[in-house]
Design a protein around this ligand. Structure first.
Ligand code: FES
Length: 115
């Protein structure tokens, strides 16, 4: 687990997770890379990737309702900014990891910090 909210793109290795056709506007995609569970959102044509793990009680976060650029944890209602991983409301007080996303040649790539 990383101890910062948004990974520095310069320090990341980008991994293809899907084609843009596979993640239409308003949809989300759950992916696992090694033992890292991520959720990638398409919100109004922009892509955002966060850890699928709530910092409050380790619940899965990705099934939560999306409100603007916030995802609401389905368990106790904490909100996180999908752009930064920032915890916005109680009961969560710790940010979650967020990862840079880019599109190259129609492929969605998520940046994961190099070891
Ligand atoms: S597990 Fe997400 S708010 Fe409690």
């Amino acid at each position: 687990m990383f101890n910062y909210a948004m990974a520095d793109p310069e320090a990341c290795e980008f991994i293809t997770v899907a084609s843009v056709d596979e993640l239409p506007n308003g949809e989300r995609l759950f992916i696992e890379i090694d033992d890292l569970a991520l959720v990638v959102f398409n919100i109004a044509g922009e892509y955002f990737a966060i850890a699928d793990l709530c910092s409050h009680d380790d619940g899965p976060l990705g099934d939560g309702e999306v409100d603007d650029h916030q995802v609401v944890c389905p368990r106790h209602g904490a909100r996180f900014d999908v752009r930064t991983g920032k915890a916005l409301t109680l009961p969560a007080v710790e940010d979650i990891p967020a990862y840079p996303v880019r599109v190259r040649a129609g492929e969605i790539e998520v940046g994961l910090p190099r070891e």
